[in-house]
Write a protein that binds this ligand. Structure first.
Ligand SMILES: [Zn+2]
Length: 140
């Protein structure tokens, strides 16, 4: 579904992820939470990957976390990224516990500047009328 000249693949919300993407569109980060074992998890699915319980609800997350690990991409693996190299891909560990694959923005893609455990907060990238991507930027 190409929209507004956006040249990268767009996420396609599924029944399991629709609530997540609805939150993103409002610039709110929502995560599935298991009431049986009292923990958040990600990615979204209908049952808890830890205890296999089905007593699930959605809770809003703080949007804060830290870089768990990252990589600097010097090569565009898809034409949509051709003009953006180098850029940073990362696994961010949220305050609530789950880890989320994302991009780090607002900092130079330089391995001497980005570091693991760096505190980050969500930074929304509105890529279409329906989709906002949760990216992260350094705090402070
Ligand atoms: Zn559970």
């Amino acid at each position: 579904m190409p929209t507004d000249g956006y040249r990268k693949p767009l996420p396609v919300p599924s029944p399991e992820t629709r609530r997540f993407w609805e939150g993103c569109r409002k610039h709110e980060l929502w995560l599935p939470y298991c009431r049986a074992c009292g923990q958040f998890y990600f990615y979204p699915r209908d049952f808890c990957p830890r205890c296999f319980g089905w007593d699930i609800e959605w809770r809003q997350a703080s949007g804060r976390g830290k870089i768990y690990t990252f990589a600097i991409q010097y090569r565009a693996w898809h034409p949509g990224w051709a003009e953006e190299t180098p850029y940073i891909t990362a696994l961010v560990e949220l305050e609530e516990g789950p880890r989320l694959f994302t991009n780090i923005v607002g900092i130079e893609a330089d391995p001497r500047k980005v570091r693991c455990d760096m505190p980050v907060e969500v930074a929304w990238d509105d890529v279409s009328a329906e989709i906002s991507l949760p990216k992260f930027r350094p705090v402070g």
